[in-house]
Design a protein around this ligand. Structure first.
Ligand code: NAD
Ligand code: WQD
Length: 338
């Protein structure tokens, strides 16, 4: 029996593939490489010494997906595939609704056809919107998303909840990631954004490696200890561990469950910049600029449910994440193009 990993060539997917293989799972990866390279899978094989099928497939291509489910004995799906750039989703909402929601519907259709009723889904802290104060917990009502990307996560969560409510054989695990950072400790896989990074950590590491002149810190007048935005930065390896335990749970418990995956700690922009400088010894010049529209002051997780139910807790800190990001960045200044 194998686990199908959609979007498994991407940043979080490739790291999770390593942890799944190390946990002794069989995996099959599908990806359309719209935001990734097949070279990540090669690196996953190098790291683990294990082989697995990597199939170029868009999840909206039901015929091809159907072939995958026919060829392999799939027992569950971890569903990472999707578009994730917040700003781009505002200018291209239809692409986001089609790829993320349309793609998920097609995937579920094929899963159902093959009697596979277990899915772990990559959701996001963005579904908490702007209505609540941190720490966010799973009991808080989701909604009030501020961009089409976030809305796709909210809608997909609802679709998967409805499916589990309609058919008691389904297992659905909705994992709400906070801010994933870091890279595999080997420095062989990590985040490789196309163009100018939207997220803080890849921007910091590209400044450190000399690809960008300086970081713009978006606002220092928030109601936070140093005035800069506070987030819950979780090491991608901890996130990957979270998927392995969430998968095991979903394989044994029916119904829909939601888990925050974060550290439970808030870290400001300037704290992360200084942690990077301290952990790597490399300078990161920055300037304070205006706030970025749509940003909230503070976001961090209440992770007590994941700890209680899954026995999972983040083990790595931001210094580990900075060191690992830097190892990946300096060895591969151009990502998988190097
Ligand atoms: P990523 O872009 O590196 O990975 C997504 C992968 O999906 C890529 O390899 C891409 O090529 C593939 N893909 C996209 N559309 C596809 C399609 N239609 N068919 C097949 N493959 C397709 O992003 P990531 O950071 O690894 O994120 C993985 C998932 O986690 C995404 O769903 C994302 O929305 C979610 N998420 C990410 C973050 C974050 O900050 N990175 C936070 C919360 C949630
Ligand atoms: C973090 C902090 C910025 C860049 C986004 C998505 C969210 C989720 C994770 C997918 C904020 C500040 C950033 C820069 C800066 N993705 N910043 N200069 O906005 O918390 O979350 O990624 O689900 O949906 O919205 O993450 O890394 O963009 O920003 O000062 O160049 O860093 O203002 O305070 P964010 P981020």
């Amino acid at each position: 029996m194998a686990v199908l990993v959609t979007g498994g060539a991407g940043y979080i997917g490739s790291q999770t593939c390593v942890h799944l293989l190390e946990a002794g799972k069989e995996i099959v990866v599908v990806d359309n490489f719209s935001n990734s390279s097949p070279k990540s899978a090669k690196a996953v094989r190098e790291i683990t010494g294990k082989d697995f099928p990597l199939i170029e497939c868009d999840i909206r291509d039901t015929e091809k997906l159907d072939e995958v489910f026919t060829q392999y004995d799939i027992e569950a799906v971890i569903h990472f595939a999707g578009l994730k750039a917040v700003g781009e989703s505002v200018s291209k909402p239809l692409e986001y609704y089609d790829n993320n929601i349309g793609g998920t519907l097609k995937l579920i259709e094929v899963m159902k056809k093959h009697g596979v009723k277990c899915i772990v889904f990559s959701s996001s802290a963005t579904v908490y919107g702007e209505r609540h104060l941190a720490p966010f917990n799973e009991e808080m009502e989701a909604g009030g998303t501020t961009n089409p990307y976030g809305t796709t996560k909210l809608f997909i969560e609802q679709i998967l909840k409805d499916i589990a409510a309609a058919d008691s054989e389904w297992s659905v695990s909705l994992l709400r990631y906070f801010n994933p950072i870091g890279a595999h400790i080997s420095g062989k896989i990590g985040e490789a954004p196309n163009g100018i990074p939207n997220n803080l950590m890849p921007y910091i590491s590209q400044v450190a490696v000399g690809k960008r002149e300086k970081l713009s810190v978006f606002g220092n007048d928030y109601d936070t200890p140093d005035g800069t935005g506070v987030r819950d930065y979780i090491h991608v390896a901890d996130l990957a561990d979270g998927h392995v335990v969430a998968l095991d749970r979903a394989l044994s418990v029916k119904g829909c469950e939601i888990f925050n995956l974060g550290t439970g700690k808030g870290v400001s922009v300037l704290q992360l910049v200084h942690a990077f400088i301290e952990a790597t010894g490399v300078d990161v010049p920055y300037v304070i600029t205006a706030r970025r529209p749509g940003d909230i002051a503070t976001s961090y997780a209440d992770c007590s449910k994941a700890e209680k139910v899954l026995g999972w807790k983040a083990k790595r800190d931001i210094f580990d994440a900075c060191r690992d990001t830097w190892r990946w960045q300096k060895n591969n200044p151009n990502g998988f193009d190097d």
